[in-house]
Design a protein around this ligand. Structure first.
Ligand SMILES: Nc1ncnc2c1ncn2[C@@H]1O[C@H](COP(=O)(O)OP(=O)(O)OP(=O)(O)O)[C@@H](O)[C@H]1O
Ligand SMILES: [Mg+2]
Length: 406
């Protein structure tokens, strides 16, 4: 990546659309601008209103551009939704060059070989992320370039998505006057912003609890082994509160945010507060234990669904050491305790911390995806062999994503 090059990420979420603009400096990426606008045309990763979504993209991007003092033309776009699926696969090729030394072209060929899987006509491969390579039976190789051998194998994590869903998101981006530099499955972006290499090595579960979805990424031995999305997020808590306390969604959201602190802890001192009635004309007294009895079962359900999704896809002997929770849902303080009970693992809250610049603004869990897009987008963190290959527009080098525009 050239020094001073501008990179932008666009996270079009269920509740908010967020644009992040960063620039590559001597110490890595630095954030120059962040812009946010409410999302009213998206539901659980799927476009429900094209015009509203275009408007949100334009508004968020303009704010970020104004803050950064630069104009952006290309963006890395986050995609999510129940249509996203993942699997692990293996590719094998013969090393054919002189001296049987592995070169970049061999790595590209073997990753391409791993992409030969049955993909339904209405789906597309979004990522083929190398986890590790094997040369002549020696496994666990992270960067095979320059090594000698006859048979090169790669284990990859393949992510696919519904082409129609993805093309509708990209259509909105295009109509907002932006070109798509690449698409990134959102939990992978969130992981890039919040997880440390050591955590990925010892085995970590990332849960990004958004408004409409909970995005999952599981890492082990330094690479991603599972990624998925479940169609429940923080908004379902708000719905439950609105129904349970017979109030509006807006008042329920307010209650969740104001009294959410310590909500998950049964030892928290009892509080009493006033909640507006549906017509807004009067208020009703509610206790924190009433609120807890509404919210806790839902939070437990989200974690149990996430755990079931992970357990189903994980090898029995897979060791996982930690859970990291991010996304706006991570603000529900005390949520770590509930997650720790369900997963039986230590839990921490993930904030975007692996990047410099505007730290006060972006060090919030709801920005993990947007920040991660500028980190993961150009670097493709699971593809070390593609790093620093320079020459020509970077986007052309990254064969691990497919864009509907080509
Ligand atoms: N202080 C808070 N306490 C509790 N929940 C909160 C708080 N702040 C935000 N949330 C919740 O976080 C959710 C929004 O998170 P986020 O901004 O990560 O979602 P999104 O990216 O728009 O949606 P998605 O990822 O599902 O497409 C909402 O359900 C919101 O109620
Ligand atoms: Mg999100």
């Amino acid at each position: 990546m050239a020094r001073g090059e501008t990179i932008a990420g666009l996270d079009i979420g269920t509740t908010k659309t967020c644009a992040v603009i960063a620039s590559s400096g001597p110490d890595g990426l630095e954030i120059l601008g962040v812009g946010e606008a409410p999302s009213t045309g998206m539901r659980k990763g799927v476009v429900t209103d094209l015009e509203e979504t275009v408007r949100a993209i334009e508004a968020a991007t303009e704010k970020a551009e104004r803050m950064a003092g630069v104009h952006v033309s290309h963006v890395y776009v986050g995609v999510t939704g129940e249509h996203m699926q993942s699997t692990n696969n293996r590719g094998v090729v013969a090393v054919t060059g002189e001296d049987r030394e592995v070169i970049h072209a061999d790595v590209k060929r073997v990753v391409d070989a791993s992409k030969i899987i049955n993909v339904a006509a209405d789906r597309q491969i979004v990522h083929a992320l190398p986890r590790h390579y094997t040369i002549d039976g020696q496994d666990g190789i992270t960067d095979p370039i320059g090594m000698s051998g006859g048979r090169l194998e790669v284990d990859t994590h393949i992510v696919t998505g519904g082409s129609t869903f993805i093309s509708n998101v990209l259509k909105c981006v295009h109509r907002a006057g932006l070109e798509t530099a690449g698409i990134v499955f959102e939990p992978l972006a969130s992981s890039a912003a919040t997880l440390l290499p050591e955590e990925k090595q010892v085995g970590v579960v990332l849960l990004d609890i958004g408004g409409g979805t909970t995005d999952i990424a599981v890492f082990a031995d330094g690479g991603v082994v599972h990624s998925a999305t479940i169609p429940v997020g923080g908004n379902i808590l708000t719905n439950d509160i609105a129904l349970g306390l017979k109030t509006t969604f807006a008042e329920a959201e307010n209650v969740k945010r104001t009294y959410g602190s310590g909500l998950m802890r049964p030892d928290e001192a009892e509080q009493t507060f006033q909640v507006k009635t549906l017509d807004g004309r009067s208020t009703r007294e509610v206790t924190s234990s009433q609120l807890r009895s509404i919210v806790l079962p839902r939070v437990l359900e989200i974690f149990r669904l996430a755990k079931a999704n992970i357990v189903e896809r994980m090898a029995r002997d897979q060791v996982l050491s930690e859970v990291v929770i991010t996304g706006g849902g991570a603000h529900l303080r005390g949520i770590e305790t509930t997650a720790a009970d369900v997963f039986g693992l230590p839990v921490r809250i993930g904030i975007p911390s692996t990047i410099a610049g505007l730290t006060d603004t972006v060090r919030q869990p709801q920005y993990a995806t947007a920040v991660g897009l500028v980190l993961f987008g150009p670097r493709g963190e699971q593809a070390p062999h593609l790093n620093g290959q320079g020459g020509g527009p970077l986007a052309k080098l990254w064969t691990w994503f497919t864009s509907i525009w080509n």
